[in-house]
Design a protein around this ligand. Structure first.
Ligand code: A2P
Length: 279
């Protein structure tokens, strides 16, 4: 869990993150974040839109691990994009989390909120605020989430290109074009829902591979992400699973098993397409 990927700007990012999407606010969020940190996770991924930043912040403080030893990510939500609003949203997130800086700040979603908003313009003005926060040292790295190549291209002419793209990535949903584009442009890919939000866990191919290695399907999915150089953000509120999802450093998937997983049929995404905001 202390292994890292290195971003383009030399920032080291712990290679597995603890995700908090869908984690209920309150005691569940604070206790599970505290448990994750106690079990060795040093990378916590949250977002204003998850509605649990205050509790996530509590969990971080209750863990007793110093802020500098942790890597904390948050994201600016769609309704808060634009230069001024992003700066404001950043301060609110810091206040809720109880920190005065973030390790990583992302634009959460590329699409327009309504027909009057141009996604390209709104992302560029948001990116100006992100670059400013980065230059001021308030964030150690900046990036985007759910961006496909056409969304990323719109930011490629700016002073600082995104260092991270956090996308949905799991067996049966690999977004190969986006991953290829990111690799070519030294943009680190992070995987949200590396277990397909639990949907891949009963797949017979994965169960067979898991049995071969004496591991669980969840561990196979997380290891598969790591071997693709994609940073998994595993999410669980169950202590035994939080632990299980971190125990992936004592084995490697053989090339033929990587290939078999890569070839799995299309599982589809979780239902939210980057070009739409329909949730
Ligand atoms: P829970 O949080 O109740 O433990 P993803 O990260 O792909 O979105 O998947 C998250 C879902 O998968 C959650 O419902 C979570 O349940 C479940 N989950 C997480 N880790 C495991 C695991 N090791 N075994 C089985 N289910 C898991």
């Amino acid at each position: 869990l202390t292994d890292t990927f290195q971003l383009r700007n030399k920032v080291e990012i712990p290679c597995i993150g603890y995700g908090t999407w869908k984690t209920p606010d309150g005691e569940t969020a604070s206790a599970s974040v505290r448990t994750a940190i106690e079990l060795g996770y040093r990378h916590i991924d949250t977002a204003a839109a998850y509605g649990n930043e205050t509790s996530v912040g509590e969990g971080i403080r209750e863990s007793g691990i110093s802020r500098e030893q942790l890597f904390v990510t948050s994201k600016v939500w769609n309704t808060e994009r634009g230069y001024e609003k992003t700066l404001h949203a950043f301060e609110k997130t810091c206040q809720d989390l109880g920190t005065d800086y973030l390790d990583l700040y992302l634009i959460h979603w590329p699409a327009s909120v309504n027909q009057f908003e141009n996604w390209e313009e709104i992302n560029i003005s948001t990116w100006k605020a992100m670059m400013e926060l980065y230059k001021e040292g308030r964030v150690k790295a900046i990036g985007v989430s759910n961006f496909m190549p056409h969304h990323l291209k719109a930011l490629m002419e700016t002073d600082i290109i995104p260092m991270i793209d956090q996308i949905e990535f799991h067996p049966g949903w690999m977004q190969k074009e986006t991953v290829k584009y990111c690799k070519e442009n030294t943009i680190q890919v992070e995987a949200w829902s590396p277990l397909g939000n639990g949907r891949v866990l009963n797949h017979p191919n994965l169960q067979q591979i898991a049995q071969k290695y004496g591991k669980t399907v969840a561990q196979i999915c997380i290891r598969w992400c790591l071997q693709h150089q994609v940073l998994p953000l595993s999410k669980s509120v169950t202590p035994s699973r939080i632990k299980e999802n971190s125990e992936v450093f004592d084995f490697s998937l053989l090339p033929e098993d990587m290939e078999q997983i890569d070839k799995m049929e299309n599982f589809g995404n979780s239902g939210s397409h980057p070009d739409k905001i329909d949730f």
